[in-house]
Write a protein that binds this ligand. Structure first.
Ligand code: HEC
Length: 92
């Protein structure tokens, strides 16, 4: 009984944390990255980013132009967000 309760408590605390982590890239992106282009930039017919390497470079470039002062981990979150939702490269 005690064991089940402690698992429940653990799940109740850890689940929102993992969820917040997964949404971090989206929040960073949406708060900083939609002033020049909308997400259509990622899916337009002649879009430029063709690999996960390109994607990392482009996110870095746009982020530096913008002076976001993101840490490398933040950039990675945004790259993951863009890849999961738009690019779907498998060669991470
Ligand atoms: C100061 C304006 C500006 C801001 C703000 C900006 N971008 Fe960009 N971004 C551009 C421009 C301009 C292009 C298109 C470059 C081109 O077509 O050669 C672009 C293109 C891109 C692309 C490539 C799209 C493709 O062709 O596949 C990605 C990815 C991208 N931006 C990510 C971001 C991210 C992430 C942020 C937030 C850190 C961001 N951008 C903020 C100007 C901006």
């Amino acid at each position: 009984m005690f064991k089940q309760i402690s698992i429940l408590i653990l799940v109740a605390f850890v689940y929102p944390l993992t969820n917040a982590y997964a949404n971090e890239g989206r929040e960073l992106h949406n708060s900083k990255c939609l002033s020049c282009h909308q997400t259509e930039a990622y899916t337009r017919a002649n879009h430029k980013v063709k690999s996960s390497l390109d994607l990392g470079r482009q996110v870095s470039m746009c982020s530096q132009n913008l002076n976001t002062e993101w840490f490398p981990d933040d950039e990675k979150e945004v790259v993951n967000f863009l890849n999961d939702n738009f690019y779907h490269f498998t060669n991470k």
